[in-house]
Design a binder for this molecule. Sequence first.
Ligand SMILES: Cc1cc2nc3c(=O)[nH]c(=O)nc-3n(C[C@H](O)[C@H](O)[C@H](O)COP(=O)(O)OP(=O)(O)OC[C@H]3O[C@@H](n4cnc5c(N)ncnc54)[C@H](O)[C@@H]3O)c2cc1C
Length: 406
Amino acid sequence: MTDPRGNDTGAPALVIETEIAIIGGGLSGTLAAVTLARAGHDVTLIDRHAVYPPDFRVEKIGGEQVDILRRLGLLDALKAGATPFDEIVNARRGRILDRTRSRHYGFLYQDLVATMRAQLPGTVRFVVGRVEDLRTGVDRQTVSILDQGTVSARLVILATGMGDVLRRSLGIERRFIHQRQSLTFGFNIKPAGDAAFRYPALTYYGEKVSDGIDYLSLFPTAAGMRANLFTFRDHRDPWVKEFRDSPKEVLAATLPGLSKVLGEFEIVDRVQNWLMDIAVSENCRQAGVVVIGDAYQTSCPAAGTGVSRLLTDVERLCTVHIPRWMKTSGMPAAKIAAFYDDANKQAVDRRALQLAEYRRSLTVATDLRWRAHRLMLLSRRRLVDSIDRNAPALGATLRLLRSRAA
Ligand SMILES: Cc1cc2nc3c(=O)[nH]c(=O)nc-3n(C[C@H](O)[C@H](O)[C@H](O)COP(=O)(O)OP(=O)(O)OC[C@H]3O[C@@H](n4cnc5c(N)ncnc54)[C@H](O)[C@@H]3O)c2cc1C
């Protein structure tokens, strides 16, 4: 083995023989490792970081995402590491539109990954290191870890997020569906003065199409009230720099009705931002390796589908496909293809791409069709809310009929 300066340290090189090597211990790689190890597979998880560093990623989940975590036996872990809330007040132009009543959880991404890594059974080998090379084939896969040695596996799961290097080394290229599709900001917010915020969670929609703001989502986390601002603005727009320099003033000027609903606020620390490309990996049907999570397809943060995608990948791959693949020898491309052909996976991936473009058009499209659609959506929400408040039994029946028709 060599030290960071390239000198031989005399330490023996690492050589691990394993059934399944997972490269990338973010949310998707960690959940795959937990699920497979619990099912009795021999798993080695490799990540550059012993502890996932603070990074801006998903910070709130709910709905089907919680359902899949429950099915994977990880709901209790989520509950232990995240802040639950049951009602979101939705507002626009200084007025409350309606309320969303369902269980959600808020967290910081690094805390969620740490909570899930804490669920790794003791049988999982966790190797901290940067994978620099990957050789794949039908029978054995060889993973080279910089300055450490090699891991030899029957199957490799590539869960390296948006990093390109390893995918490229296998000839897996990203096909861009929409470059610079959206720009998302994250920051912490607190009430000005001593009073608490009026609502535990608030979604505040953009006031004008020209602002390019889809919505501001405010929700509780262990670190306090978190804000995610989902926009479809050009990253070179002077507004972006102005917002980063003076977030409170620019937010108050762009969403003038916000403080009427929320109360006066302060932004606590620096604003993080993320410019998202929507891309899908191509040429993945290869022997010995399977690609999941963001490494397979990226998602629009405003659509909130990234976690649904990666959870579906983990559930289908680890509970349906891998158990079948392991029953017979070899990992030919034809076996691996069954995962990419999985109807559930394909439906969730397709829906994520559709929702990404839908949210963008709903926010910024100016043609008559979208203007009419926006108006119709807002009117329908106000009508449903008014029925809910004045005739709750009728509201519940209408919701039931709608969910049956969907
Ligand atoms: C700003 C933002 C907001 C978002 N909001 C939402 C939301 O509201 N709802 C939602 O559902 N989704 C959201 N998402 C999407 C969601 O965060 C991602 O889909 C999810 O985090 C992807 O997890 P992953 O495990 O695939 O990748 P990552 O978490 O990026 O993990 C990749 C891992 O691979 C490791 N790695 C990479 N290369 C190597 C190597 N060569 N050797 C060793 N290790 C390596 C990295 O260290 C890392 O730990 C958002 C994304 C962003 C960017």
